[in-house]
Design a protein around this ligand. Sequence first.
Ligand code: NDP
Length: 231
Amino acid sequence: MARSVLVTGGNRGIGLAIARELAAAGDAVAVTYRSGEPPEGLFGVRCDVTSTADVEAAFDKVEAEHGPVEVLVSNAGITKDTLLAMMKEETFTDVIDANLTGAYRVAKRAIRPMMRLKRGRIILISSVVGLSGQAGQANYAASKAGLVGFARSLAREYGSRNITVNVVSPGFVATDMTADLDHEAIVANIPLGRQAAPEEIARVVRFLSSDDASYITGAVIPVDGGLGMGH
Ligand code: NDP
C-alpha cells in the first residue's frame, strides 16, 4: 500500500517539488495550502501551521483519505528580515511561530499515529543560516537552529519506535522566497557557483524517507552547494 505522506507548504517552491518527487515514487501525498487552489494531482488540505485547530483538521482529512501519516515533511516557512535594532517583537515571534512552533504542531499531531504504526519518518526543512547565522535574519536563523535541537530530541525520544527524525538544510534555492535577493553576491560564496533547483532538495528528502536511509536519524543534511561548509 502507498505510504501516507504529508508535506506542509506543499503548494509551491521546495514543498511542491518534494510532494511531486514523493508522489512520483509511488507515495500517497497530501500537501497543505493556505489559499487558492491545491496543486493539480495532489491531495490538498487547507492549513495554516500557526493554528493548532487547522493542523488537527488537516491531519483528520489526510488520515481519512490516505491513512495515518507515515512520512511528515515540515517545510512551511517564512522570512521577515530586518536587523535586530529595528526588529519588533512580533516580527521575531511570527517567524518562530510559523517555522519552529509550526513544526512542533505538526510533529506533535503526527507522533502518536506513527507510534501505533511502529514506523515513521519526520523530515524538517531547516536552512544553512540556522547554523551559520545571517545578518538581517536573527528571527529566521533562530527558528531554523531551533529545528535542529527539536529534531534531535525527537530522534532520541522515538528511535526505539522505529521513527527517524532528520533535518535537511538547504542553501540558496530558486523559489519565491529568494526571488528578491542579490543573487550575484550570494552565488559568489557558493563553491558550486549556482543556486539549487527545488528538485535537488526534494531528491534528498526522498532518500531520507526511503528504506535506504533506515539507519539515519538525528542528522542534519546540508544541501547547499558548499555554502555552509563545516556546518
Ligand atoms: P516559498 O516562499 O516559495 O514557499 C513557502 C511555503 O510555505 C508556501 O507553500 C507557503 O504557503 C508555506 N507557508 C508559509 N507560512 C505558512 C503557514 N503559516 N502555514 C502553512 N503554510 C505556510 O519558500 P521555499 O519553498 O523557498 O521554502 C520552503 C522551506 O525551505 C521554508 O521552510 C524555507 O525556510 C526553507 N528554505 C528555503 C531556502 C531557499 O533558498 N528558498 C533555503 C533554505 C531553507 P502559501 O503559498 O500559502 O504562502
